[in-house]
Design a binder for this molecule. Structure first.
Ligand code: IPM
Ligand code: MG
Length: 376
C-alpha cells in the first residue's frame, strides 16, 4: 500500500472555498489515476476562523498544517473583517501560518498560455515567450517587523538579516540553474538600508557560490516598468516581501488574469504552502463563477515541489492547457475573468475530463510502490 499523503486544505474566505473544492477534486482524480492515497483534511483560517473561534489561525489549524505533507490554501480576507480597528484580521492568520511553516521562499511562476495572450491587457507580441518566476521573500521585511500605532503616527519596521537574505537568494540561484541561468535581484538600494544589505548579500553569495548564473540588480521602480515593457528578458526574479507582493500582482497581468497564477511557498524541507495568488474576490464569492485554474495549478506545484510527483504535476498542467485552449475562441469554455461565461463547475469538469484523457493509467507496479520517498 502506498503511504498515505496528508494534505491540509484551508478554504478560507470569499471564493477560497469554491476554488479549493475544485483543486481538491483534481487532486483526488490524480490520486485515483496514478495510484496515490491522498488524505485531505479541512481546517479554518482567516475570516471564517475568526467567526468560528475568534482567532485567524486557530491552534487546531496550526496543528493540522504541522502534521501535513503539504498545505493547500484558498484565500483570506473580505469586507466583513476589514474594519481597521478590528483587533484581529484574516490576513494575520496567513502571515502567522507562513511564519510557522517557515516557508520563506515564495515561487510565483508567470508563463502566459498561448490561448490567453489575446485576453491580456498587454500586447501579444510583448507577451510571446514570457517565462519567468518571481521568488518573493515571504517571512521577513515590513510584514513582520515591529508595528506601532499612535493617534498621530504609525510605524512599520522593515528589517532583514543576512541569513534571511542568503537563504532566499540561494533558492533563487538554485532555481535559475534549472532554468535559463539568470537571476534579477530587485531592491531599492539607492534609498533603503535593508536594500543595500540585500544587494551586498546577493552579490557575495553569487560570487562565492553561483558564479555560473548571470546576475543583474534592478531597482524596484524601474522593474515595475520593465516587467511590462520587456517581460521576456526575465528568468528568475528575487526580491523582498513587500516588493514581491506588488510586482507579482503586476506580473499576473502578463498571464492575462490573476485567476491563472498559482504559487508555492517553500522552506528548507519538502513541505510547502500552496495558494493561488489571487485574493478572496468577495464581489463574486458564492456565485460559482470564480476561475479555479490558479488553485488547480497550485495543486500541480504541490505535486511537484512537496511530493516530487513530476509526471502527475505535468498531467495537471497539460489538462489545464487543454481547457485554456478550448476557451480561446469559445467564451462558453472560458472563465469570466478572461471574458468568457464558464462557471467554476464547468471549468473543473473540463479539467477533470482532460486529465482522464491525457494521463496514462498507473501501472500495477506503480500501485504497489509509493512513487516517492517522503521525508517526515
Ligand atoms: C498575497 C496576498 C497576501 C500578501 C495578503 C492576503 C496578506 O496579497 O499572498 O500576495 O500580502 O502576502
Ligand atoms: Mg498579494
Amino acid at each position: 500500500m502506498p503511504r498515505e499523503i496528508r494534505i491540509t486544505v484551508l478554504p478560507g474566505d470569499g471564493i477560497g472555498p469554491e476554488v479549493t473544492a475544485a483543486a481538491v477534486a483534481v487532486l483526488h482524480a490524480v490520486g485515483q489515476r496514478f495510484g496515490h492515497a491522498f488524505r485531505t483534511e479541512e481546517a479554518l483560517i482567516g475570516g471564517a476562523a475568526i467567526d468560528a473561534t475568534g482567532q485567524a489561525l486557530p491552534p487546531a489549524t496550526a496543528e493540522a498544517c504541522d502534521r501535513a505533507d503539504a498545505v493547500l490554501l484558498g484565500a483570506v480576507g473580505g469586507p466583513k473583517w476589514s474594519d481597521p480597528k478590528a483587533p484581529v484580521r484574516p490576513e494575520q492568520g496567513l502571515l502567522a501560518l507562513r511564519k510557522q511553516l517557515n516557508v520563506y521562499a515564495n515561487l510565483r511562476p508567470v508563463k502566459p498560455h498561448a490561448a490567453t495572450l489575446k485576453h491580456s491587457a498587454i500586447k501579444a507580441e510583448v507577451l510571446q515567450g514570457v517565462d519567468l518566476v518571481v521568488v518573493r521573500e515571504l517571512t521577513g521585511g515590513s510584514y513582520f517587523g515591529r508595528k506601532e500605532r499612535h493617534a498621530d503616527r504609525a510605524i512599520d519596521v522593515c528589517e532583514y538579516t543576512v541569513a534571511e537574505i542568503e537563504r532566499v537568494v540561494r533558492h533563487a540561484f538554485r532555481l535559475a540553474r534549472t532554468r535559463r541561468g539568470k537571476v534579477t535581484s530587485v531592491d531599492k538600494a539607492n534609498v533603503l538600508e535593508t536594500s543595500r544589505l540585500w544587494r551586498e548579500t546577493v552579490t557575495r553569495v553569487h560570487r562565492a557560490e553561483f558564479p555560473d548564473v548571470v546576475l543583474e540588480h534592478q531597482l524596484v521602480d524601474s522593474m515595475a516598468m520593465h516587467l511590462i515593457s520587456r517581460p521576456r528578458d526575465y528568468d528568475v526574479v528575487v526580491t523582498e516581501n513587500l516588493f514581491g507582493d506588488i510586482l507579482t500582482d503586476e506580473a499576473a497581468m502578463l498571464a492575462g488574469s490573476m485567476g491563472l497564477l498559482p504559487s508555492a511557498a517553500l522552506g528548507d524541507g519538502p513541505r510547502g504552502l500552496y495558494e493561488p495568488i489571487h485574493g478572496s474576490a468577495p464581489d463574486i464569492a458564492g456565485q460559482g463563477i470564480a476561475n479555479p485554474i490558479a488553485a488547480i495549478l497550485s495543486v500541480a506545484m504541490l505535486l511537484r515541489h512537496s511530493l516530487s510527483l513530476h509526471r502527475e504535476a505535468e498531467a495537471v498542467e497539460s489538462a489545464v492547457s487543454t481547457v485554456l485552449a478550448a476557451g480561446e475562441s469559445d467564451p462558453a469554455q472560458r472563465a469570466r475573468d478572461l471574458g468568457g461565461t464558464a462557471t467554476t463547475a464547468a471549468l473543473t469538469t473540463a479539467v477533470l475530463a482532460a486529465l482522464a484523457v491525457e494521463a496514462p493509467p498507473a501501472s500495477a507496479a506503480e500501485h504497489a510502490f509509493p512513487a516517492v520517498e517522503l521525508r517526515d
